[in-house]
Design a protein around this ligand. Structure first.
Ligand code: HPA
Length: 270
């Protein structure tokens, strides 16, 4: 068996020693969006640092823990904070939590992030429903295939599940949201204005440093995926002020109430 699969099994064992909770829905909370976890009637909270071998996030705005509990009558597990490729982890470690939540029993995954707006429809504080992605980071599936969890050449035709996207659109009444393509860079530097012009020409509506690699691993292991970006700033060159970490966290935090409303409605209706 591969080292990656062994590590996954070891993390799974350690979580199962702490809780027997079986989630249906998994949620990854992006930068500044972690407060959503307060809506969960928690039955167990496990810090990433309590799990030997688990990648611990160093990014600002990421608390670094799993919250297991009920929300809108559904069994959910939320990740308050994720790890990013730019933190220096192997790409297999970046997606380990996704695979872990699938092995714990979840079958639907809601990926969220803060992103820079490229689309003309975007403005700070609005949301983007991810219709598809362009991944500029390495594939998390490179290396020996984990045949226990997925196939060698998975289709990426319907990464962000069409039926689930219809549900999100129905739940978004009164919330400013548009649907478009997300492009993932490795980061950690923000983009140049020339890169943003290129991404726009390629068809991207928003840019960020996460999510696409997680979505690839999620589809590989059999998750149905929803992706929602909180547009925290206009991408570089599209406004008078360049993006900053402070602005990203501030705007994502401010969007918290609407974000919670949307995600709660989606979970209720899945
Ligand atoms: N670029 C990349 N990642 C981001 C941005 C951005 O402008 N905003 C939030 N995450």
């Amino acid at each position: 068996m591969s080292k990656i699969y062994d590590k996954l099994q070891s993390c799974l064992r350690q979580i199962k020693e702490k809780t027997d909770f079986v989630p249906e829905i998994a949620i990854v909370l992006g930068s500044g969006l972690g407060d959503f976890a307060a809506n969960i009637e928690a039955t167990a909270v496990i810090s990433y640092s309590e799990i030997d071998g688990f990648p611990v996030s160093t990014a600002p705005g990421h608390a670094g823990r799993f919250i297991f509990g009920k929300l809108a009558g559904k069994r959910v597990v939320a990740m308050q904070g994720r790890v990013h490729y730019y933190e220096g982890y192997d790409i297999s470690d970046v997606v380990l939590p996704i695979r872990l939540m699938r092995l714990l029993g979840a079958s639907t995954l809601i990926l969220t992030n803060a992103a820079g707006g490229i689309s003309e429809k975007s403005y700070p504080g609005c949301f983007m429903l991810i219709s598809d992605h362009i991944c500029l980071a390495p594939s998390p599936l490179i290396g020996a295939n984990l045949s226990e969890i997925g196939t060698r050449f998975p289709s990426m035709d319907n990464v962000y599940d069409r039926d689930l996207r219809e549900i999100v659109k129905k739940c978004a009444a009164g919330i400013p949201i548009f649907e478009d393509v997300y492009i993932q860079t490795t980061g950690p530097q923000y983009e140049t204005p020339a890169e943003i012009r290129m991404y726009k020409a390629l068809g991207a509506g928003a840019v960020g440093m996460s999510t696409a690699v997680e979505a690839i691993a999620a589809v590989h292991c059999g998750f149905k995926v929803i992706g929602i970006s909180c547009i925290s700033n206009m991408a570089c060159g599209l406004s008078d002020t360049p993006p900053s970490e402070q602005e990203v966290l501030e705007i994502a935090n401010k969007s918290g109430a609407e974000f919670s409303k949307l995600i709660t409605a989606v979970i209720t209706n899945i």
